[in-house]
Write a protein that binds this ligand. Sequence first.
Ligand code: SAM
Length: 243
Amino acid sequence: MRIDVVTIFPDYLAALDLSLVGKARRAGLLDLRVHDLRDWTDDRHRTVDDTPFGGGAGMVMRPDVWGRALDDLLPADGPARLVVPSPSGEVFTQRRAEALATEEHLVVACGRYEGIDARVVEHYRDRGVAVDELSLGDYVLNGGEVAALVMVEAVGRLLPGVVGNPHSLVEESHGEAGLLEYPVYTKPPVWQGREVPDVLLSGHHARIERWRRDEALRRTARRRPDMIAALGEDALDRRDREV
Ligand code: SAM
């Protein structure tokens, strides 16, 4: 998969050289390219913003600069998808990450200031480009870079070969089961007087599985009742309903 990230702060994305995403890049599983939007400016000051029409606070990112950048990065007949982080976008979820992980090419356009001139998204949609305006959540960040980091990491770890044991993706929070993950423990078996639940030391796989499922259900019901409410009719068996 190829991902192009366009930003006025390319250094912000340096963290993507680390950890699993960095390893995936070096292994050739993820072709990640970070671009400086100012490379597409045409004035001495490398200006990317201007005052908003209609007045008001702040600055808006210019469509002509973004247009030149995106024309270069979005092939006219290619399969690229444009991702625009925005607090007014649809919420970025694990389902969205899974869908994006099936794409061949993503271009992520990081806004700053009051955001990108609205004609940019309209123009590329009209040109037939698939565009997702995606929000990390109901709060406002200073720029799209943190959102790009989140999205690249969430999508990147789903690419085949990136996470060593693919089974660890199956049981995770927000996975296929639609639940939060059960609590996890490691050595030592007693810490600060707190013991690891006996069942996990029993070696009895079926009982461990049942305990984990029960804990996942309890935790989800307590913390995210909305997720329980969203489960399909056949997602819970009789035993689940007793938890
Ligand atoms: N004026 C905009 C508004 O009220 O909707 C906020 C602009 S914000 C200061 C600048 C940039 O940060 C946005 O263009 C977007 O790229 C990014 N951003 C801010 N909050 C975000 C969020 N919750 N999710 C994704 N991106 C966000």
